[in-house]
Design a protein around this ligand. Sequence first.
Ligand code: BGC
Length: 759
Amino acid sequence: MRITRSLGAFPLALVLVPAALAAQPLTRPETEKKIDALLAQMTLEEKVGQLNQYSSAFDVTGPAPSAGHQKVMYDQIRQGLVGSVLNVTGAEATRKMQQLAVENTRLKIPMIFGLDVIHGYRTIFPTPLGETASWDMAAIEQSARVGATEAAAAGLHWTFGPMVDIARDARWGRIMEGAGEDPYLGAQAAAARVRGFQGKDLAALDTIAACAKHYAAYGFAEAGRDYNTVDISEQTLRNVVLPPFKAAAEAGVATFMNSFNEIGGIPSTGSVHLQRDILKGEWGFQGFVVSDWGSIGEMIPHGYSENLEHAAQQALTAGSDMDMESRAYVGHLAALVKAGKVDVKLVDDAVRRVLRVKFALGLFDDPYRYSDVAREKQALANPAHAVAARDVARKSIVLLKNEGGLLPLDKATRTIAVVGPLAADKDAPLGNWRAQAVTGSAVSLLEGIQAAVPSSTRVVHAEGVKLVTGERNFMARSTYNTTDRSGIPAAVEAARSADVVVVAIGEDAFQSGEGRSQADIGFKGLQEELLKAVFEVNRKTVVVLMTGRPITLGWTGENVPAIVEAWHGGSQAGHAIADVLFGDYNPSGKLPVAFPRVVGQLPMTYARKNTGRPGPEPGVTWSSYTDVPNDPLYPFGFGLSYTSFAYSEPKLSAAEIGRDGSLRVAVTVTNGGQRAGVEVAQLFVRDLVGSVTRPIKELKGFQKVELQPGQSRDVTFTLKASDLAFYTAAGKWEAEPGAFKVYVGGNSRDVKEAGFLLK
Ligand code: BGC
C-alpha cells in the first residue's frame, strides 16, 4: 500500500493581483490542527461522505437525475454522506442546499459547490482557445477573475477549470477548452487562469477554487476521438503534457481533476504514477483530486476494474480523492477499509485534502458566505464585466488573410451586406461550456456592425443558409447537414448590390466541446456553397470565422481575400469583431494552434521531431505526403495586423553559456506600416542533439510590443540554461550540454536564426 510522501475583497472594479504576490498556501499549521481535531471526531462513513460528490438537477453534463436520485441525494446530504455538489448554482439555491448539510448533520461540515465556469459565468468571454490567441496573460487572468467574481456571488466555491490539456488534433472537440498545442504557452495560460480564479486568497468573496484538468493527456486521444485511448511515452508526458499542470500546481491551484482516458493501459483515474508519484509526490500538491464525471466507474468498461467495489479500491489507492458521480466511494469505501483492502490512512489523507480546501474558502467560518442574493444581483449586472469581455474578445481575434488591404473596412461604406448563418446568430458566439449565460444573449455580428457604422451606411442582412437543424444544447446531437438552399438567392442579391460583403460562417456553439469530435473539420452543410455564390457576384468578400477549433478552409483559404478568425467570442462578440473589421482595434491575435490544410495532417505541431528523413528531397522517400505539403495552412503563432512588422537578425549576448548561466537574445522589431499595432515577438530554441531527440523548435518566450508607425523597439529575451531542461533519457529534468539554435519571429514559421553552445 502506498501513502503519499507529503501529507501534508476584491471590489467590483477590475483590480488584478500582480503575479509576484504569491497565493496563500493551502496548508497552514492552525488549519491542519483543526483538521486533525475534526478527523478525530469523524466516523468512517462521515469521512467517506466528504469524498462523495453528486450532481444536482442540471442540464449540462447528463440527463437530469430522476426524482428517486434526487431523494437519495437529499437523504444522504442530511446524513453527512455528501461532501460536494456540482451544478447547483444561484445564491438562493446554494443556500438551501447548504442548509441541508449544515442544519442536519452531526458535525455540520459545509459542502463545496462546483460548476464548470470555463470562460465566464453569466458574462461570457471567448472560449479558452480563443482567449489564448490574445497571448495576453493579463487579459486571460482578468477573464477568469470576472468569471470568479460572478460565480462566487452566485454561491459557488469552485470551478472545474482551467482545462490545461495540450491538444494537437483539431478533430478533438474539446480543443476549444484549452490553450492549444504548445506546453510553454499552455503553462503561462494555465497559471494566469489559476491566478484569475483564485486571486491571492481563496477566502476572498470574489475568488473561487480552480481545478487543473484533465490530468492527464486527455488531449492526446487517438484519432481525436473523445474519451479514446492514449498511448504516449514518459518523455511526451513529461515534456509536453505535464508542463501546464505543473504550472497550475505552482500557481497554487487548489484542485486537480483526473481524466477519462487511459495512458499505456492504465486509466488516469487509477494511475498511481500520475496522482501519487508525480502530483502529490514530486510536486508536493496539497489540494485534492476529483475524478472526472463517472470516471471511477468507467474503469470497469475500460477493462481495468472488475466491478464498482474494485474500481473504488483502485481509484482511492491511486490518489483520486473525490468521486464525481460514480457512487463508488459512498457505496464501497467503508467496507473496503473494514475488510483491510484500503488503508484508512489513505482515506484520512483524502478527507484532509478536501477539508483543507473548505477551510481555505472560509466555509467553516460561515458556510453561507458566498450565497448572497444582493451581491449576486450586483455582480451579474456589473457593466465593467461587459467592457472586459469586449476587450478580451477583440484581443483574441486573429487576422488570417488580408489580400489587397481589403480590411479594415471604411465605416462610411455605402452598403455592407452581412451574410451567413452566423451573421445574426446571438447564441453561437457564447460557445460551449457557457455556465449560466442566457441563451441567445450575445451581441451578434450584425448588431456589432450596425452599432459601429453611421446611419448613412446601409447594412443589409441575409442568412442564406442555416447551419444547425434541431436542438442546440450541451447534450443534443445536432445536425449540420442542412439541405435548404432557398435563402441563397436573397443572399446573392444582397451581395451583388453591396460595396462589401461580410460572410459569417464556421461552427455552431455546440459543434465543438465535449463529445464533439469530428472526423471532418471543414465547413458543414451548405456554408461553402453559399460563400461561393456570394463571392461569384462580389469579390470584396470578408469571411468572419466563428469556430471553437481550427477548421480546414479549403477553397475559402485559397480564394477569399480576407479571413478573420473570431472564435466563439462570448457575450460581446459582435462589438469586438466590428472593432476589428473597421480598424478601431488593430488585430494582434496569434494562433495558439495551427490550422491544417487537410484533416489528414492531424495530429500536427510545429514542435515536431525531425525524423531520419526530414527532406525536402526530390522523389518520395522522405517524410512527407505525396498529395499535400507537410506544413499547415496557418502555423502556430501566426496572425496578421493592419500594419507590418520587420525583425532584425537576433543578437546573442554570449556564444556559450554554462550550466547555471543565461544569455540575452535581442532583436529589433520595426513597425513598417501606417498604423500603430501590437506584435507578439516569439522566441524558439532547438536542442540539436539530445539523449532523447528534441523538437525542431520549442517556444521559450514571447513578448507583446506596441509600436507606432515607423517605430522600432529592441526586444530582449533572457534565456537561462534551466529553460533548456527537459526530461532526459536518464529520467532527469535537466539541460544537456551541446549546440542550440535560437529563432525569433512573429510566428513559428517565419523566423530569424542564431546559435549558441551550452557547456
Ligand atoms: C467533463 C469535465 C467536467 C465535468 C463536470 C465531465 O463530463 O469531462 O470537464 O468538469 O463533466 O461537468
